[in-house]
Design a protein around this ligand. Structure first.
Ligand SMILES: [Zn+2]
Length: 225
């Protein structure tokens, strides 16, 4: 096996898992990491049936995965519910991978602006008894929360996988590059913006955007089927 194919990264499938499945059959990676936005009409394991058991399957969530209770449950209550990389460092194929799900939301935190709420507890404390009881809406669950984001900076990792882009992209956020630098990350892979590209940002961190339904290897090469 090619060393650079031992982990493959899948850009926003939006319901189309065929390119990922084809790439797994062709390159036989140790693991695949999905970068969010699945639009799941059935549980994740049903969409990936063909590759279950032949490679490790890991994921972060994108904004679309919080759009409806159905899409949310098909991911967060799937057979792969424990393969969520969000807010932790996981060793995958010998590399330390940290995940950041969700998006920046104006009503929560939209860098470089100051956060509206410091964290989920702060937000919930100021809500009606009704919301306190029923919990946060899916919209708020899709947000990147400032306190959780800052806490990650104490950890170390090799690769950051995020749905949002760092400042390398015109629609990206510099704070993501700052997070990567604080964690000692050397490579960032992100989805969301439906664009394949590779570039280098401050601290010599390599950034790879992975387009919708595209598959990239550890060097950021887009793999054809
Ligand atoms: Zn997205």
């Amino acid at each position: 096996m090619n060393q650079h194919n031992r982990i493959l990264f899948a850009g926003d499938p939006h319901g189309n898992f065929k390119p990922l499945i084809a790439a797994v059959h062709k390159y036989q990676p140790e693991a695949v990491i999905l970068l969010g936005d699945y639009d799941l009409e059935m549980p994740l394991e049903s969409c990936l049936e063909e590759i279950v058991g032949i490679t490790e399957i890991w994921w972060i969530a994108g904004n679309h995965d919080f759009e409806t209770p159905g899409k949310y449950n098909n991911l967060f209550n799937s057979a792969f519910s424990d393969k969520d990389l969000h807010l932790k460092v996981t060793e995958i194929a010998g590399l330390r991978v940290v995940g950041l799900s969700g998006i920046f939301l104006g009503r929560v935190w939209y860098p470089p602006q100051q956060p509206k709420w410091l964290g989920k507890q702060h937000y919930l404390h100021h809500q009606s008894a009704n919301i306190k009881h029923s919990g946060m809406s899916l919209k708020y669950k899709s947000a990147i929360w400032h306190d959780e984001f800052e806490a990650l900076k104490a950890l170390k990792a090799d690769i950051l996988v995020s749905h949002e882009a760092p400042g390398s992209h015109r629609h990206g956020f510099n704070v993501i590059g700052e997070l990567a630098a604080a964690m000692g990350v050397t490579n960032i892979f992100h989805g969301h913006l439906h664009e394949n590209y590779a570039t280098t940002i401050k601290n010599n961190i390599k950034v790879y955007g992975v387009a919708d339904s595209a598959v990239a290897d550890l060097l950021g090469n887009t793999l054809s089927e």
